[in-house]
Design a protein around this ligand. Structure first.
Ligand code: C2E
Ligand code: CA
Ligand code: CA
Ligand code: CA
Length: 273
């Protein structure tokens, strides 16, 4: 920024201006993206660490923008949240993931990410119920992943929302566990089924294991949850997680998120782990 008279810095910053214009343009395009069928899901397998079997997938949304190419979720989910478009987009993601799981024709866990705005807007339980009914997906095969930010507003209203989701029979996962501020209190308060250990903990893991990750796994188990480690990139991390008794794993070492056809193939051949 250029120094203005009187030692005050002018706030006009061309780079910030460009970023804002880009955001507005993306928001505009995002409004039309659902109608134009521009979203696609990629599927990353979840692997049983004891058997090496693929027990399910996490659905991850991508936006095939007509001129910008593939837009990653971190570039448009925040815009979808601030505009409220996350609600219809999130419903589409859930329905598409369920349709795919049913089409694969075998019992599989399908995990979808649910953002705060989706959780707090309208009746998520009613949306989930209608998606299950229209796709024929068994409730206990659908897992909703929520970050701690969803649970951050620890109100009775949010607890009631969690309880009505549980009543449908779907599974609930606490995503990115350990990255928030008061994760421990949530464990007691919210009846979650799955604890996903954030990639930042896995990153610094070597074959010797790690007391913190070991403690998170035990903590999850003590609360009756299954544990999933995300972001496994090397064999040492895989071995350490096996040694520490983690149940399931995801990561580039096992498989990157794949388009549906490739994910279906992988389901047939299995993984060599
Ligand atoms: P997340 O839920 O924590 O998903 C895991 C992210 O880590 C994915 O990024 C995945 O591709 C990436 N990942 C998986 N294994 C590895 C690994 O071994 N190493 C590294 N470096 N990365 C790995 P992606 O697909 O870009 O998604 C980013 C985030 O966007 C997700 O984080 C999730 O918070 C959000 N997101 C994705 N799809 C949806 C959706 O349908 N709805 C909502 N609300 N959020 C979504
Ligand atoms: Ca997730
Ligand atoms: Ca995660
Ligand atoms: Ca994460």
């Amino acid at each position: 920024a250029k120094e203005a008279g009187g030692g005050v810095y002018a706030t006009y910053d061309p780079a910030m201006h460009d970023a804002l214009v880009q955001r507005l343009e993306l928001a505009d395009d995002l409004r039309r993206a659902l109608d134009r069928d521009e979203f696609v899901l990629h599927y990353q397998p979840t692997v049983d660490l004891a058997t090496g079997e693929i027990i399910g997938f996490e659905a991850l949304v991508r936006w095939q923008h007509p001129t910008r190419g593939m837009v990653p979720p971190l570039d448009f989910i925040p815009i979808a949240e601030s505009t409220g478009l996350i609600v219809p987009i999130g419903r589409w993601v859930m329905a598409e993931a369920c349709r795919q799981a049913v089409a694969w024709g075998r019992p599989l866990k399908m995990a979808v990410n649910v953002s705060v705005r989706q959780f707090e807007a309208g009746d998520l339980a009613a949306t989930v119920a209608s998606v299950l009914a229209e796709t024929g997906m068994p409730a206990d095969q659908l897992c909703l992943e929520m970050t701690e930010s969803v649970l951050l507003t620890d109100t009775d209203e949010n607890l009631a929302r969690i309880v009505s989701l549980k009543a449908l029979g779907v599974m609930l996962a606490m995503d990115d566990f350990g990255t928030g501020y008061s994760s421990l209190a949530y464990l007691r308060r919210f009846p979650m089924d799955v604890l996903k250990i954030d990639r930042s903990f896995i990153d610094r893991l070597d074959h010797e294991g790690d007391p913190l990750v070991d403690t998170i796994i035990r903590l999850g188990h003590r609360f009756g949850m299954t544990t999933v480690a995300e972001g496994i990139e090397n064999e040492a991390q895989l071995a350490a997680l096996r040694m520490m008794g983690c149940d399931f794993a995801q990561g580039y070492l096992l498989s990157r998120p794949l388009p549906s056809a490739a994910a279906g193939e992988l389901l047939k051949t299995g993984l060599a782990v």
